[in-house]
Design a protein around this ligand. Structure first.
Ligand code: HEM
Length: 320
């Protein structure tokens, strides 16, 4: 088989044309050069999968190629832009350590009360199986949340506690994705704004929101299917218009947004999957549907063990 045919056969989520496969093949060939140019050339992980040469341990060729393809698609198949985005993402992951945020760090109950991950089995529309729910209406006192958790308590790692918690939620939900299945290679996101108040919008929250939008836009390409904003108070519809106007969100992402003044999501997720408050038949609440036992990939375990070992070694040095 030619190199192009090998690449084509490795991609199950779509049918690549010869020209597209050639570009993907070129990105794959550039992996050693990309890794060499990183701030930390040892850091070769994205979403828990090893991004390295095919013959290296833990490399799942098919998933690696599907992930690289997402980066390539995000930049309209521009190879140089794709390589730049990959380098930036690998550098960001090496310094932010999103897997640690997802699987190691513990967050206060007040933050945990803002997020749920669901993984429905039967949904009639593609890519709505796995979803993150952000119940930002439960944010009773943002000033306190950002004051209390906004300072970086873990000196070694960047970002506020809020940001680390939000990225952790995203990373855990991505472990549920099947990169080779076009029906399940993206996630949905729901923001529930029930009970939000204009008076609770404070400057630190605006900073965190902007940071999250930028981080997700840069480092999680082609992973969002639909983003629902539910229970948006009529009087706060301007917030959406504002986000559109300031151009922090690209046009392709904006097209994935659904803004609803109510909370009925049954026509998307099916009433058999949802609690009553979201137009479903279930008598349990959303938190009862939270997937708590998300398993990390084999390579994520390798990476996390490395981080913990390095921390221990560093602490030992400081003691000496
Ligand atoms: C006090 C009220 C609100 C809070 C605490 C809040 C919180 C947030 C946060 C933390 C994000 C970052 C992205 C994420 O977490 O996925 C975000 C994004 C966003 N919010 Fe809100 N928000 C509020 C009100 C609203 C309202 C009323 C709307 C109107 C529809 C709105 C529309 C948006 C949009 C369009 C984004 C960008 C989403 C993206 O690019 O993924 N927000 N919000």
């Amino acid at each position: 088989m030619s190199e192009i045919e090998v690449v084509k056969a490795s991609i199950k989520s779509t049918n690549l044309s010869d020209a597209e496969a050639e570009k993907l093949s070129s990105v794959i060939e550039s992996i050693p050069e990309i890794l060499k140019g990183l701030d930390n050339p040892e850091y070769d992980e994205i979403y828990g999968y090893r991004i390295n040469e095919t013959d290296k341990e833990h490399v799942n060729e098919s998933i690696r190629n599907e992930i690289l393809l997402k980066f390539l698609i995000a930049d309209g198949y521009d190879i140089d832009l794709c390589k730049e985005r990959l380098s930036n993402t690998l550098n960001w992951r090496s310094s932010f350590q999103p897997l640690s945020a997802a699987f190691e760090e513990k967050f206060d109950a007040e933050l945990n009360a803002l997020g749920v991950i669901t993984n429905f089995q039967n949904v009639s529309q593609d890519n709505l199986y796995s979803a993150t729910w952000n119940l930002y209406g439960n944010l009773k006192d943002p000033k306190k949340i950002f004051k209390k958790f906004g300072d970086n308590q873990n000196k070694e790692l960047p970002g506020s506690q809020f940001l680390r918690w939000r990225v952790g939620l995203m990373e855990r939900s991505l472990q549920l994705v099947d990169f080779s299945d076009s029906k399940h290679n993206k996630i949905a996101q729901i923001h529930d704004y029930k009970n939000v108040s204009m008076f609770r919008i404070d400057p630190d929250m605006k900073v965190a929101t902007k940071q999250i939008i930028e981080i997700f836009g840069a480092n999680y390409p082609e992973l969002l299917s639909t983003k629902f904003f539910v229970n948006v108070p009529q009087i706060m519809g301007w917030v959406f218009t504002f986000f559109k106007a300031i151009h922090v969100i690209d046009a392709a992402t904006l097209k994935k947004f659904q803004v609803l003044s109510h909370g009925d999501l049954s026509s998307w997720f099916g009433s058999n999957n949802l609690p009553k408050e979201y137009g479903g038949q279930l008598s349990k609440d959303l938190f009862a549907l939270d997937v708590t036992n998300i398993k990390m990939t084999e390579y994520a375990e390798v990476i996390l063990k490395k981080i913990v070992d390095e921390e221990i070694a560093q602490n030992n040095l400081e003691v000496e």
